[in-house]
Ligand binder design. Structure first.
Ligand SMILES: [Zn+2]
Length: 353
């Protein structure tokens, strides 16, 4: 009997718990990521510098590189610095910008990346995509998935609460993104990768239904795991389909139309997901998402992040242009300005205040 299976590109080590950072060196040695201990560690000047002081003694063979920001130039510069160092691996220790820089640099010099995120702001911490600012604005670059992910929940707790909130919005938006994917399958025959869809949806549902709050250890555990699984779902499908649909088009539209006023990624995609679920007629799910987001202190109305109803209508109208080729409920309904206005008024009534 033939055994048909597939290999999933996934990290060899996933360590998510309080105090995980203290054992970073032994996790890497045990998993044979770095037996020699020769590591290139990319850190930010801020939170990274403090962590460096704390963990440098446990990584005697590491070289430390301060990364300026999240631009393509920063990432290329980092790659140039580490390419002749004979390292076993690159460690990205910090927020999303540092991880993305490290991902890109590691890919460029052909080394595996160890992701050690210090906040849970979005699902990029273990994804095959590096998002970097370039001359044209912002670009997404395909890279290998991290070979190991270490998330210390004690470190996560020290990050500002807004980062945890942003992660909640990003992972809950998976539910709407997968619904968009399935819509495209029904209408256009687009192939849905069932495993990727299951991983992304279950991650979203677990966070949606978890009774804990952003200060609870067990909630942070589930949120961190959900974000990691979402990243791996993207590796499984080979694109961002499992975690990015109309919710993300709406967020990109906020970013492009109002670059100076945009809120956090998670705030925008969470709001976008609640609205997109309403658009597709899933009113109960939309209200549930809105209720949960509100419970965690996330916005569900554009006014709550400083945008008027008219501005939001413009955002929704422009959203499909931000991601040509991606079919979501927005492209499916192809609404006129007047229709968007009406449905938005209906949404406001449906979710209540
Ligand atoms: Zn996202």
């Amino acid at each position: 009997m033939p055994v048909l299976t597939r290999l999933i590109p996934s990290p060899v080590a996933v360590d998510i718990r309080a105090g995980a950072l203290n054992d970073l060196a032994s996790v890497l040695a045990d998993e044979r990521v770095s037996q020699s201990g020769r590591l290139a560690v990319a850190v930010s000047g801020g939170s990274g510098a403090r962590l460096r002081e704390r963990i440098a003694p446990s990584l005697p063979g590491a070289s430390w590189y301060e990364v300026g920001g999240g631009t393509l130039d920063d990432a290329v510069r980092l790659a140039g610095q580490i390419k002749s160092g004979r390292y076993d691996a690159v460690v990205g220790l910090g927020g999303g910008k540092i991880i993305d820089c490290a991902k890109f640099a590691a890919a460029r010099v052909g080394l595996p990346l160890v992701a050690v995120p210090t906040n849970l702001a979005h699902d990029g911490l273990c994804s095959p995509v590096a998002t970097l600012d370039n001359d044209a604005g912002r670009g997404s670059y395909g890279v290998p998935n991290p070979i190991a992910v270490v998330i210390d929940l004690d470190v996560i707790r020290q990050a500002p609460a807004r980062f945890v909130r942003s992660g909640i919005g990003d992972v809950v938006s998976n539910i709407s993104a997968v619904a968009d994917w399935e819509l495209s399958q029904r209408v256009n025959g687009e192939k849905v990768d069932g495993l990727a869809a299951a991983m992304a949806r279950q991650a979203g549902e677990a966070v949606l239904r978890h009774p804990g709050g952003i200060g609870d250890q067990d909630f942070l555990q589930v949120l961190a795991e959900a974000l990691v699984l979402t990243g791996i779902a993207m590796s499984v499908s080979g694109d961002s389909r499992p975690s990015s649909g109309a919710c993300h088009e709406i967020s990109h539209s906020f970013d492009l139309l109002y670059p100076q006023r945009a809120a956090s990624h998670g705030e925008q995609v969470g709001l976008g997901a609640a609205f997109a679920m309403h658009l597709r007629g899933a009113h109960e799910q939309s209200a549930q998402i809105a209720r949960v987001l509100r419970g965690h202190g996330l916005p569900v109305l554009p006014e709550e992040i400083g945008f008027s109803a008219e501005e939001f209508v413009r955002v929704v109208e422009f959203a499909p242009e931000t991601r040509p080729g991606r079919y979501t409920i927005l492209e499916h309904l192809d609404l006129t300005t007047e229709q968007i206005k009406d449905i938005y008024a209906d949404y406001v009534k449906a979710i209540g205040s």
